[in-house]
Write a protein that binds this ligand. Sequence first.
Ligand code: NDP
Length: 373
Amino acid sequence: MLLDMDLGVLLPSLIPSLQSVYVLVFYFVYLAVAGEILPGKVIRGVLLSDGSQPRYRCNGLLALTLLVAILGICAKIGIVSPLVVADRGLELLSATFIFCVLVTLALYVTGRNSSDKSSSLKPHVSGNLVHDWWFGIQLNPQFMSIDLKFFFVRAGMMGWLLINLSILAKSVQNGSLSQSMILYQIFCALYILDYFVHEEYMTSTWDIIAERLGFMLVFGDLLWIPFTFSIQGWWLLHNKVELTIPAIVANCLVFVIGYMVFRGANKQKHIFKKNPKTPIWGKPPVVVGGKLLASGYWGIARHCNYLGDLMLALSFSLPCGVSSPVPYFYPIYLLILLIWRERRDEVRCAEKYKEIWAEYLRLVPWRILPYVY
Ligand code: NDP
């Protein structure tokens, strides 16, 4: 879409209108209220060094379902246009960017002025303004008792679905709804819903437990996830792709196998951490040094969960065919990110587990894709 526009059209469409600001404000207020009042399982986060343990109410699935229902009803009775995001995508993107800058400057100032000594709010200041603004100063800053880190990641994942739904409405309206668009929409919707079904797993991820809240994380959550992960949808609005039946079947297989590997691997590790004796695929698990799981997906490759995620990312792009590299932005980005992450993670694990890790490397020689990498 961007490539088709000349600068004279592009620049004005990047200036946020009052309406795009209203959309963002409504969205954040809804998420704040829904996150606080809707019921949901309360999960304790990791134990911090001062002995405190953040709590997260995992009601994202209910909040998302209710939001989609409210927007659906409002669209039906004509209060809200389902095209509002698809028509104002660039404005919303720039409004979100401005919000990210403002909110992270506020986080920087409040972080610097904090004298709190708790692990969550203790300031980590390097003294370099850009560094501290980019990586953040506090681990778990809050606003009106809302954990902002958990809030922003939720807003980003839900935003991705809302953008997709608006793109879907636009394609129905302009008569361009295709098999490719339907496949793309179904795969992404299932992935996002699955994320919220398993929202509690998020509370033990690296971003939540270790990263401080600065521009990098806020930008990644609020802008990068919803706006770049939906590039395929925007692309399909403007490009027609004819898919053969074998191509559709192959695409569905990539999605299903990717999902089984991604969810299966993450679940096996989650269960193993809770109870290392739980059988894996019906057999007692192979455990290295009492700490590392070496059976199931974790006996096939050391980062099988990344393999599943990469297959899923590929399945979101395959409906776009192979005529352009643009819809492959997400899988290419994810490949680079996960290889970089896996390398850093292995260094950390080698230091943490020492000879146990070396033994695990002997048992499971492949990093992500057996016999290839
Ligand atoms: P992992 O869930 O793979 O966690 C890595 C950690 O797991 C290690 O540091 C170690 O931690 C533990 N571990 C590693 N091997 C074993 C083993 N054999 N047995 C037991 N424990 C082990 O990594 P991430 O948090 O990076 O990723 C989680 C999910 O999120 C993945 O599926 C990934 O694909 C996805 N993801 C998606 C992104 C996206 O943009 N779509 C971005 C990043 C991640 P410990 O010290 O606790 O033992």
